[in-house]
Each structure stands twice: as structure tokens, then as C-alpha cells.
Design a protein around this ligand. Sequence first.
Ligand code: ATP
Ligand code: MG
Length: 290
Amino acid sequence: MKTSDFLIKPNTKISLKDHPTDFTGSFKDKAEGAAALKEGVERLSKYQDILYAQNTYSLLLVFQAMDAAGKDSTIKHVMSGVNPQGCQVFSFKSPSSEERDHTYLWRNMKALPERGRIGIFNRSYYEEVLVVRVHPEFLQGQQLPEKLKKSKKIWQQRFEEINNFESYLSNNGTVILKFFLNVSKEEQKRRFLKRINRPDKNWKFSAADLKERQLWPKYMAAYEDMISNTSSKQAPWHIIPADNKWFMRWAVADIIANKLKSLKLAYPTLSPEQQARLSEAKEQLENEKD
Ligand code: ATP
Ligand code: MG
């Protein structure tokens, strides 16, 4: 079983119907998946240490999904072994008035990971071609020139802008991986009911989530068009089966670890001068009198 099967090749017109949400590969059960996740998390932790030391690449992980697909818990589990100093998570909600006074990439740009670090976007600029597309009134409410608000080409234009933005980042050392956590409508219902039935989960449920659920087909169409138009070599989308959380977590960890491996990261090596200074320091420490 290869997680590279979840990668969407550039210029592929996808249909979500062809992507099962309940796939669990060759794992016998949840326990086997959990053990594999542990291994993936360990690999990830090892690579992160080198990524940080080398301070050349940064890794940007973008997560998009319908409500209750498991973005938060996937981020929590997959990153559980990494050094918090080298990692940051940003969640993008409905934009504030300050954010609306800027172009849509502005707030994302400010949140990009520095070299050596892993940056996670829990939702992202992709909301601009998802929720904003599904709710035409959101676009009309933006501070944009009228001409743009009326333009039929706006989504295609945004896909291009996003592709250009990602290619700029990639050319300059930001490695980008994008994940669509593909949950079924039935599984979402089960998870919403759990949130309603369990007092410790109540806070996670909002009546607004039901409204978005009613727009399911529109969201799926927006996701399909988005993935078809913005999966590129430098910033590929992965469609991850999300009905079984344990499988989803393993798949995401495996994809990230494989990508880091492919970068052939290496700890910085010292110049002869630095090496000599290190030897001097060693000698000095060893010869300390008290
Ligand atoms: P949870 O899993 O905890 O519900 P969440 O990511 O759904 O997490 P919420 O605060 O419930 O967090 O929702 C954030 C909302 O903000 C989403 O409905 C999302 O579509 C919306 N949002 C994000 N970016 C934009 C944007 N650019 N324009 C309009 N709405 C946006
Ligand atoms: Mg929500």
C-alpha cells in the first residue's frame, strides 16, 4: 500500500465519487494502523531535527476539509513527536476587518513558516475558492472592485494566483504539501451526533455547521474544481480517506515523512576553521582546573 496513490497529478480532472472515504488499505485493524502511525511520527521527528539544523527549507502543510473531518485531531497526532520549537499552527477563520482591508493572501503570507520550520495551515487561502464560492454573498461583501465581483473568471483567476504564489514559495525553498481530508456525509452526521451527545464535545458543535452541511453538493463541486486546478508538482494535493481517523493520521504522517526523506536533508558540516575552534573549546573544557 503506497500513500503516493493519494497524490493528485497536475492537470487531472478529479471526481470525488472516485475517491473512497472509508479506505483502510492493507491494515488488519485500528491497532495495526496506530502502530504504523507511531513509526511515522518517529520518522517525522528525526527529519524535523535535521530540517531545523539545516535551516534551508521550510515545510508548509495545508489542511482543508468539511467540518468534523478531523483536521484538528490529525494535526495533533501527526505532529505529536515533533519539537514544538520548530513547528507552528495557524487556523484561518472568517477574515477580520483588518484582514478584509488587504488582499486575500496577506494574512497567509504573514503566517508562513521560516526556514527550518514546519508551518501548518488549518484552513487557508483555499477558503477563498471554497466557502466564498459556495456563498456568493461573501464575495459581494468583500472590499473588491465591482468589476472583479461580477467577473465570471474570478475562480479561474484565483486558481492561477494561488498556483503562482505556491510556485514562488517552492522556488525559494518552501516545500508544500496539501491535504484534503475526505469524509463522507454519513460519517460527518455520526460525528456531529457525537458532539451533541457528549457534554465534553458540545463546545465543538455549532448550529452553523448544519447550514454548511446542507450545502454539501456545492462544497464537493468547489473542492473538485479546486483540486483539479491547483494540484501541481511543487504543491500537490492529496485526497485522504477520512472516515477512519486512525488510517487518515497514518497516511498524512507517512506522506510528510516520505517527502522530507526525498529532500535528502543533512546536518550542516563545519568548515576547517570551525572544526579547529571546536577542538580548542574541547581542550579548554577538558583542562579546566575547577
Ligand atoms: P472546528 O473543527 O473546530 O469547527 P473550524 O476550522 O471549522 O474548526 P470554525 O471557527 O468552526 O473553525 O470555522 C471557521 C470558519 O471560517 C469556517 O466556516 C470557514 O469556512 C470560515 N472561513 C475561513 N476562511 C474564510 C474566508 N476567507 N472567508 C470566509 N470565511 C472563511
Ligand atoms: Mg467548524
